[in-house]
Design a binder for this molecule. Structure first.
Ligand code: NAD
Ligand code: UDP
Length: 325
């Protein structure tokens, strides 16, 4: 199955200036679609999409997804939401509003204009999972009062809204659960582990391992992920949820060691306290994505890390503001 979409569509991408959103916009613009990128620039900036600004089929709109938005479009990718724990915990009430009110606004829009809508959900709906790998049928193990719950429960509620709008109003929804994704274009002050480790290694600073580094994550390269998202949006068989991620699992200590080796850095590994409710393990079961989309990640960790290191080695850190300032 080809992931190329054949007809030209008008496509709204919320959070389109963010890390994943900007890669997705670039892909959709390249395919010839009319792309409207909507963002409030909480964790991103206009410069993330500078290369697209002069394209006749790209439009950038500053708007907050928690407020209604009126547009005619064929597809909506709802990517708006801070994704790094540091950022989503900065204003947790706003994070919840972004997931819940934002989802309601976008589902309402999809209902009015009969657009297909894809929700960027997350592996965090599984919480601190007690089975591994995590299949879509697993209901999760989430603390609903903890510091991560503004994100986890917000995304769980957004999924509920998708399925209720589908049952009640026949809205054509697609729900994906994204597992840790990284690559060029990440914000240097993003706070997530891959960007932190690479920036620290390149600057010769200590590499901050939270806890003892035995917790695991499975890291997907951004190009693979975007390919999976577009494939899923453009198939008619399944509304989801479907896991998208790379099933190769690494401990955080292993990630730190790979980063040191690939950068040739002299940085030392240090241990800092483990944040509350930090999941101990995370690895996607991608059987469904393999069968349905004929999709699986192609870029493995060393190759993806090298591309991300090359990006951070050349990016001008002074042009980025810290989202929490
Ligand atoms: P990101 O922080 O780089 O991008 C999020 C974008 O949403 C930013 O441009 C931000 O300014 C925008 N945004 C935030 N709140 C908004 C609001 N109220 N109105 C309009 N725009 C708003 O994060 P990302 O990694 O690109 O994640 C994109 C989406 O994918 C998020 O919904 C996230 O939850 C989901 N996701 C990402 C990962 C990952 O590993 N990258 C994993 C699971 C889920
Ligand atoms: N982490 C770390 N050092 C850092 C940043 C993160 O050890 O500088 C750990 C974090 O505690 C978690 C894992 O790396 O166990 C992944 O964190 P990230 O914030 O990237 O995403 P999460 O999967 O937790 O949402």
């Amino acid at each position: 199955m080809s992931s190329e979409t054949k007809e030209f569509k008008r496509i709204l991408v919320t959070g389109g200036a963010g890390f994943l959103g900007s890669h997705l916009c670039r892909r959709l613009v390249r395919e010839g679609h009319d792309v409207v990128c909507m963002d409030n620039f909480f964790t991103s900036q206009k410069t993330n999409v500078t290369d697209l600004l002069d394209k006749p089929n790209f439009e950038l709109v500053r708007h907050d997804v928690t407020m209604p938005f009126f547009i005619e479009c064929d597809q909506i990718y709802n990517m708006a939401c801070p994704a790094s724990p540091v950022h989503y915990q900065f204003n947790p009430v706003k994070t919840m509003k972004t997931s819940v009110l934002g989802m309601m606004n976008m589902l309402g829009l999809a209902k009015r204009v009969r657009a297909r809508i894809l929700q960027a959900s997350t592996s965090e709906v599984y919480g601190d999972p007690n089975i591994t790998p995590q299949p879509e049928s697993y209901w999760g193990h989430v603390n609903c009062t903890g510091v991560r719950s503004c994100y986890d429960e917000g995304k769980r509620c957004a999924e509920t809204l998708c399925f209720d709008y589908h049952r009640q109003n026949q809205v054509d929804v697609r729900v994906i659960r994204i597992f840790n994704t990284y690559g060029p274009g990440m914000h240097p002050y993003d706070g997530r582990v891959v960007s932190n480790f690479i920036v620290q290694a390149l600057n010769g600073q200590d590499i901050t391992i939270y806890g003892d580094g035995s917790q695991t994550r499975s890291f997907c390269f951004v190009d693979d992920l975007v390919d999976g998202i577009v494939r899923f949006m453009n198939q008619d068989e399944c509304i989801g949820p479907v896991n998208l991620g790379n099933p190769h699992e690494f401990t955080i200590k292993q990630l730190a060691e790979r980063t040191i080796q690939l950068t040739g850095s002299k940085s030392k590994l240090i241990n800092e306290p483990l944040p509350h409710d930090d999941p101990k393990q995370r690895r996607p079961d991608i059987t469904l994505a393999r069968e349905l989309l004929k999709w699986e990640p192609k870029v493995q960790l060393d190759e993806g890390l090298q591309k991300t290191i090359d990006y951070f080695a050349h990016v001008d850190m002074r042009t980025f503001k810290k989202p929490t300032q």
